[in-house]
Design a protein around this ligand. Sequence first.
Ligand code: NAD
Ligand code: FES
Length: 273
Amino acid sequence: MYEIVSKKKINEQVEMMEIKAPFVARRCEPGQFVILRVTETGERIPLTIADYDREKETVSIIYQVVGKTTQMLSGMEAGESLLDFVGPLGKASDLKPHKRVLGIGGGVGAAPLYPQIKKLHEMGVAVDMILGGRSAEYVILEDMFKEVSDNVYFATNDGSKGIQGFVTDVLKTLLVEGNTYDEVIAIGPLIMMKAVVEITKPLGIKTAVSLNPIMIDGTGMCGGCRVTVGGETKFACVDGPDFDGFQVDFDECMLRQTFYKEKEAHACRLDQQ
Ligand code: NAD
Ligand code: FES
């Protein structure tokens, strides 16, 4: 059993939990994820590691309360325990000792980006960040990113923080102003990562994205998390979750993401009856 050491509400839909998980905390690296299960009959959900503390032996996860399992997590409090917390899974991010990197975090996608940016900062890489959200309250981890970035820019759909628009509008402005980056790391909704790549690819700015398709075993056996990258089938759980954004078939990922929407809605409806 894995104890919930602390729990914090970040906004109406997003929560953060610190879990006591000594094995994962000792071995995990930025970019890796865990698969957790709340109860014996529950589904297994993948969550990218948002932070870790090797001394306290804790791992932080950030989740959006969108489906049955995240609703169950939301109903739990510090002191209670999760049944399974398997990891670290996936490949660690390939963080290069570049001169200057741009991180782009869309909504809750900013969470898995944080450990990567923190590590780059520790490596002495200059980092600019763009954080986006529907409104100011959905822009997460601002203070944590400010500690490890040179500049943090904001974009919100309603203009309540930073510019009114998408993270890609800030990206275009930064590039027009003459800023240069060795690499862009973008994590957020698939449509956002696709839009980022549409800007960076023609300019040849290397762009890493993180994919979180539906996963079942997390070990490359079931094929549930398959994605097409560079025309080849890859399994996000073992070949990723980070991939070269230029090579990802985002349209296929978006289509596959909708496969279980109705079943998820059904499970949530059953719960409310
Ligand atoms: P959201 O829909 O509120 O979007 C966040 C921001 O992304 C927007 O504010 C905007 O700046 C940008 N964006 C959205 N659509 C865009 C477009 N068409 N063009 C350019 N920019 C656009 O995000 P949310 O509701 O917080 O959802 C977060 C998403 O991140 C989820 O879809 C989740 O699956 C994904 N996510 C991914 C990972 C991962 O590891 N890949 C981890 C966590 C979450
Ligand atoms: Fe089964 Fe990736 S989750 S192959």
